[in-house]
Design a protein around this ligand. Structure first.
Ligand SMILES: [Cu+2]
Length: 461
């Protein structure tokens, strides 16, 4: 394979005046790789790709060269579940590409997929023929071939890349990556922490390991960068840090991402930076399909703060979801009777679904619990698009190692009330009514209701 790529590259290389193709960098696991400062080219402050990494480059006569390889990969979603995906350079999502405004960029794309491919550079200003749309702006890259994209990174900001060939299948299989063009002035809108990730969705039958590629809406696993809670890294910050989180949405539905304990502002989209005069405070930002948002805030409240999609079924892992609601159903005696017929039968959901998180239920192989994750006070009862923003005062400058769980100052954690409960307030007690009686009720004896007959011609019964 390697030899084939090199041989194919020979013809292309002469056209771009390079001695050889850039070496192929590969990531072998889902760990967040701490960002190195750039060793060549213009200076910039690198981003942190959650459970990901940034693609190394080489400078070739003033041109920044990258080598992306589209290929089948195995991605661990969380410990206990590995998935057969398609991605770039060993992982899904592909590596983050970081360049600086004004850079001349050349990207070699080698296709090791079993079908044609192309890469679209979402949001970029570039020559039309570099836009990566199969059939429209270029022929598809056939399996085994390498194509070259080359353009100037004209605008600083937040971008992504994804296939524009057999898109539904290739994106359902996990093909996409983040792109950041840093401003020419490294101090422009400078932040202390700059996290990036893409939102993604998959439809993977419990017990299997490959996504269904023809699913249109009914996905069952929701991720940040092809990881699901509790597999998603926390975002570590120091108290007082200026923090930016850039999120791109390549799923088939919108995701209202929500941050606890702080207000943020949307400071950028895939269309550019948002002028300060047009920003407003938010705690939830809806990220539409195909959109990117950069949010910013001062991390000034110490603690472990949830950061998650606010669609509650997006913070759960796969389950059979045609399950009737069992809350309030009295199962006493029934389980016993059914057990005589079905020995493994369990009662589920009669007090809500939370007990699913701790239940020692036999799961199919390669399947994560629906709600899981251990916190300092027990099960977090989450899955999918959920992680934690850690804000700490005691970390040394530059130290973003995991500080563990937040140690709450005494008296600042919700506690159990152990005194006697007061009697419930009923509607006929003083001040207990939801509304004062209206005009029509005046003069009526207490406890009587006045019924209004529908009009004779009223069609609604
Ligand atoms: Cu969501």
């Amino acid at each position: 394979m390697q030899a084939g790529v090199a041989a194919l590259g020979a013809g292309i290389v002469s056209r771009v005046a390079a001695a050889s193709l850039p070496e192929i960098a590969v990531a072998s696991g889902p760990a967040t790789v701490p960002p190195p400062l750039p060793s060549s080219g213009r200076p910039f402050y690198p981003v942190v790709t959650l459970n990901g990494w940034s693609l190394p480059w080489r400078m070739n006569q003033g041109v920044k060269e990258f080598h992306l390889v589209a290929e089948p990969v195995v991605r661990e979603f969380a410990p206990g579940m590995k998935v057969n995906l398609w991605g770039y350079n060993g992982q899904s999502p592909g590596p983050t590409i970081e360049v600086v405004e004004g850079d001349r960029v050349r990207i070699f794309v080698t296709n090791r997929l079993p079908e044609p491919h192309s890469v679209h550079w979402h949001g970029q200003r570039l020559p039309n023929g570099m836009d990566g749309v199969s059939g429209l702006t270029q022929p598809s890259i056939p399996p085994g071939k390498t194509f070259v994209y080359e353009f100037d990174a004209r605008r600083a900001g937040t971008f992504m890349y994804h296939p524009h060939a057999d898109e539904m299948v290739q994106m359902a299989m996990g093909m996409y990556g983040f792109w950041v063009t840093h401003p020419k002035d490294p101090d422009f809108m400078r932040v202390d922490r700059d996290f990036v990730f893409l939102l993604n969705s998959f439809d993977i039958e419990p017990g299997s390991a490959t996504p269904k590629v023809n699913t249109m809406l009914d996905f069952n696993l929701w991720g940040f960068n092809s990881r699901v809670f509790p597999g998603i890294d926390s975002m570590k910050t120091r108290l007082g840090d200026r923090v930016r989180i850039r999120v791109g949405n390549l799923t088939m539905t919108n995701h209202p991402v929500h941050l606890h304990g702080h207000e943020f502002e949307v400071t950028g989209t895939d269309g550019g930076w948002t002028p300060p005069g047009s920003r407003w405070p938010e705690v939830t930002a809806d990220i539409g399909v195909g959109q990117m948002r950069a949010i910013e805030f001062d991390a000034n409240e110490p603690g472990d703060w949830s950061f998650h999609c606010h669609k509650s079924h997006h913070t759960m892992n796969a389950m059979g979801h045609n399950v009737p609601t069992m809350i309030g159903v009295d199962h006493r005696g029934i389980a016993e009777k059914i057990n005589r017929l079905v020995p493994d039968y369990m009662v589920m959901g009669d007090k809500g679904m939370a007990d699913m998180a701790t239940m020692e239920m036999p799961l199919p192989e390669n399947t994560l619990p629906m709600m899981t994750g251990d916190g300092p006070f027990g099960s977090v009862e989450m899955g999918g698009m959920f992680t934690v923003l850690k804000v700490r005062a005691e970390q040394k400058p530059g130290d973003y190692s995991d500080p563990g769980w937040y140690a709450h100052p005494p008296g600042t954690v919700a506690w159990e009330w152990t005194g006697a409960l007061p009697p419930p307030v009923r509607k006929d007690s003083a001040g207990g009514q939801a509304m004062p009686a209206g005009q029509s009720q005046q003069g009526m004896p207490p406890g009587e209701l006045k019924a209004r007959k529908p009009h004779a011609h009223d069609g609604n019964h």
